[in-house]
Design a protein around this ligand. Structure first.
Ligand code: PEP
Ligand code: MN
Length: 357
């Protein structure tokens, strides 16, 4: 379940919301010929502000049964509480997903988990809206502990206050770390909610496949501009088909000996560089400790803002010349700076109190 098949990602597609029976059927008929694995539609919609379309509720569930009967597509909806789980199962929904606003709340997740006890329906768990891997894993564990065996994670990006081209910042390092900790858990990219627009959908989907994700969840609507929710990010079945045809699916590995040998050599060089980096960083910390001792003797504070700005400015231009982005240089040096301060602090706390002046 949720894994790549014949070198093709597991595909979940459908409208953001089930608006009318006609709309649901039209999208499903548009998607069925494209080989989609699972038809999505929101029946209960968690909306940020009141007044927006909050879904048709249980009335829409028979429409999904009709989708399955007429097109053969299996269906999935979002559930946010025990009653919704009960209603969805009663109407034969095949897969349930937990939305980003529910994953943040352990009470909600536990209520859903309790409702799932004894019913082995597949469940997908979206990342929480905030970039907190522990919370995401906690939700996954609660569903596992309810006895659900077919589980997948959906990466839909994270709320960020800072403006960016994305609606939800991807922070790829979080799903990558999830994969490291739970290597057997299928991982699906919801490129629609990450992007919040149509233009970047292909780029984000490709990035996910390059990272060896198992599948994609994408919002598709026959008349996207007129959608009752998330109009800006939905695409027609035709455009979705185009997107699929442009995706390059890569294999995780190969048994080609020449390729493997070449990769092995380069990896060895990378390991050597990493070790060199660690040695350099350790040397840098020894200097920081020297400075710490000296500042302590002279009763000088650790942090001098002007010095830190000076380091950053210089590093931005030096980094640029070496093909390193400003964003990376800032993240890297901030981490180094933090560690440096910690070393200075430990020296200042342990060294004998010097005579000031
Ligand atoms: C959705 O899939 O339409 C949805 C509401 O998603 P999320 O929980 O990721 O915001
Ligand atoms: Mn949506």
């Amino acid at each position: 379940m949720f894994q790549k098949k014949n070198n093709r990602p597991f595909l979940i597609a459908g409208p953001c919301s089930a608006e009318t029976e006609e709309q649901v059927m039209a999208v499903a008929h548009g998607l069925a010929p494209l080989g989609v694995d699972l038809f999505r539609a929101g029946v209960w919609k968690p909306r940020t502000r009141p007044g927006a379309f909050e879904g048709n509720g249980a009335v829409a569930l028979p429409w999904l049964r009709r989708v399955k009967e007429e097109t053969g597509l299996r269906t999935t909806i979002e559930v946010a509480n025990g009653n919704q789980v009960y209603e969805a199962l009663k109407h034969g929904v095949d897969v349930l997903w937990i939305g980003a606003r529910s994953t943040v709340n352990p009470f909600s997740v536990q209520e859903i988990a309790d409702a799932l006890r004894g019913v082995d329906v597949p469940v997908l768990i979206k990342n929480p809206v905030n970039p907190d891997l522990e919370l995401w894993m906690g939700a996954i564990e609660r569903i596992q502990q309810a006895g659900v065996t077919r589980i997948g994670a959906i990466h839909r990006g994270f709320s960020a206050y800072a403006k960016s081209k994305f609606r939800n910042a991807p922070y790829w390092e979080i799903p990558i770390e999830l994969r490291r900790r739970m290597p057997d858990l299928p991982l699906i990219c919801d490129n629609s909610h990450i992007c919040g627009n149509r233009e970047d959908l292909l780029e984000v989907a490709q990035q996910a496949l390059d990272l060896n994700y198992d599948g994609l969840m994408t919002e598709v609507h026959t008349t996207p501009d007129a959608a009752w929710s998330d109009a800006k990010q939905q695409i027609t079945p035709f455009i979705y088909g185009e997107l699929l045809s442009r995706l390059i699916v890569r294999r995780e590995t190969t048994d080609n000996a020449e390729f493997l040998e070449h990769i092995e050599n380069v990896r060895h060089k990378i390991d050597e560089v990493d070790l060199e980096l660690l040695n350099l960083l350790s040397r840098r910390m020894r200097f920081a400790e020297d400075i710490g001792r000296y500042k302590q003797r002279n009763n000088i504070s650790i942090l001098q803002a002007s010095r830190w700005n000076e380091i950053l400015e210089k590093a931005f231009s030096q980094g640029r010349e070496r093909g390193l982005s400003e964003d990376f240089v800032e993240k890297f040096l901030s981490a180094v700076h933090q560690e440096s301060i910690a070393h200075q602090q430990s020296v200042m706390q342990t060294a004998p109190v010097g005579v000031a002046e």
